[in-house]
Design a protein around this ligand. Sequence first.
Ligand SMILES: NC(=O)CC[C@H](N)C(=O)O
Length: 395
Amino acid sequence: MADAKPIAMPAKPDGATGVLVLATGEVAWGRGFGAEGAAVGEVCFHTAMTGYQEIMTDPSFAGQIITFTFPHIGNVGANPDDIEADAPHALGMIVREDVTAPSNFRAVERLDGWMKRHTRIGLAGIDTRALTRRIRAGGAPNGVVAHSASGDFDLPALLEMARGWPGLEGMDLAKTVSTEAHYAWGESREGGVWRLGFGYGGSDAGARPHVVAIDYGSKHNIFRNLVRAGAKVSVLPAEATFEQVMALDPDGIFLSNGPGDPAATGTYAVPVIRQLLDTGKPLFGICLGHQLLGLAVGATTTKMFQGHRGANHPVKRLADGVVEITSMNHGFAVERDSLPANVRETHVSLFDGSNAGLELTDRPAFSVQYHPEASPGPQDSLYLFERFVGSLSPR
Ligand SMILES: NC(=O)CC[C@H](N)C(=O)O
């Protein structure tokens, strides 16, 4: 921004090795951990008290820096099991207290070591309560987290970096985190590590209905739950064509969660989803998949002023009034008023009344905005996997 006025930025206190610089010019000094360097993205907050490894590895967090409202992050260390993708996708984490030595039998390394190994930047010693209130009042700002063990920072350059980032609105990130090639989901534990993609999961896989999942940035536990509910799962890249999906002879189609702006991803995903809907095959979508289904039926999506990121978000199921406690992570939403006549709203957020689920009345397709796979989070919504897989004919 050429016309931006210089902003007075607070001088570095002694011993500071990390800093957060928001595009507004606000600066918070702290202690860096994990990898050194600088990362730019949207600074959001997450209220879950557990599951930091699952959160950091959820591909939906690409392009985002997560402020954890829970002050003690890292105290169960890092392990090879609690991951939703092979590596972290969130750009960095901001925490209150320094990461300590892990106290958990499953830990194989410290969180800060894990972050460093995966080139992710951490920032500790930040007043995360004040930062969270700042985000709540002003919306999620763009910003930079930087870590330099020697304490050398070029603040004007970091500010420039924060200001130069275009923001998540209009940004397609799904294809940057999706699988590159088609694979059949399966996993086995070898040498203490889950190995993926060697074949169909579950016993007697041949008799299972076949779900073809389009991976816009999927979490592993979604596929695990589809298998647990009785399916076998094939995974295709975000840019898969209608013909590529149909060549796998699906019994049902799954649209995954993922990062970025659904409207931007929709430019290539929506035409495919429309064709898939026309086949009459059952379809289920989660989060970004929900938003893309919404766009495919003609609804619109919008960037929320306040996104939802936590593991205790109440959602009302409109069919029977039951409240599900859900795990959520989204910054965009389907606009209720834009839903066409053949689409019924099925779930509503009890925090702000925003749309949390939909179903078509003339085709077997439904989706939810929240994360029923419950990792991290409650298990109230696992029934959705059973409902979807139960509607497919086994073969
Ligand atoms: N978890 C997700 O799939 C997130 C969807 C979308 N990127 C959003 O922020 O709303």
